[in-house]
Design a binder for this molecule. Structure first.
Ligand code: PRP
Length: 174
């Protein structure tokens, strides 16, 4: 088991971040319809908060991708466990993530989605660990950059636990 450490990003700061990203998306997509694709499981809470601040017409869908399993670091292998139901062709798609680490997961998803002919494709993430990148990937909507610490809460887990915590917290003793 592990212990919870300090709060790295407070729920108040997270709320501000969601408001800022939603305002940008509302501006950028005024007059358009968008397809939000949440990457389960981690993105569920961010997507739920974000979509309720959006004022453009939208459809929500989910994809299940697994790259970590029970491990604390990526295996480098991306498994597509559930595809979306919606048709991407001709749509303005925004992939919504909780965190980008190595960038392997989103590079894979970008390639899969680009091949389906969207009108546009952008990446939106709540948190980002740019120091961990092994592939070049820059999110279009980036919430809060964080240092290379193992964190949980706001959708992020350790062995499936702690996703429900409202703040982003550091994990100790892992
Ligand atoms: C996490 C996170 C991203 C991915 C990022 O998912 O939600 O999908 O890892 O890592 P990368 O940039 O190194 O590819 P995870 O596999 O832990 O699944 P989860 O969303 O169900 O927690």
């Amino acid at each position: 088991m592990c212990d919870l450490g300090e709060i790295l990003v407070s729920r108040e700061r997270i709320r501000e971040m969601v408001d800022e990203i939603a305002a940008r998306i509302n501006r950028d997509y005024a007059g358009e319809e968008i397809l939000l694709v949440g990457v389960l499981k981690g993105a569920m809470i961010f997507l739920a908060d974000l979509c309720r601040k959006l004022e453009v017409p939208l459809i929500i869908d989910f994809i299940i991708v697994s790259s970590y399993g029970q491990e604390a670091s990526t295996s480098g292998v991306v498994l597509l466990r559930k595809d979306i139901d919606a048709d991407i062709e001709g749509r303005h798609v925004i992939i919504v993530e909780d965190i980008i680490d190595t960038g392997v997961t989103l590079t894979y998803l970008k390639n899969v989605f680009e091949a389906r002919g969207p009108a546009s494709l952008k990446i939106c993430t709540a948190f980002d660990k740019p120091s961990r990148r092994t592939v070049e990937l820059v999110p279009d909507y980036c919430g809060i950059p964080i240092p290379d610490k193992f964190v949980v809460g706001y959708g992020l887990d350790y062995a499936g636990m702690f996703r429900h915590l409202p703040d982003l917290r550091v994990v100790k003793n892992i």
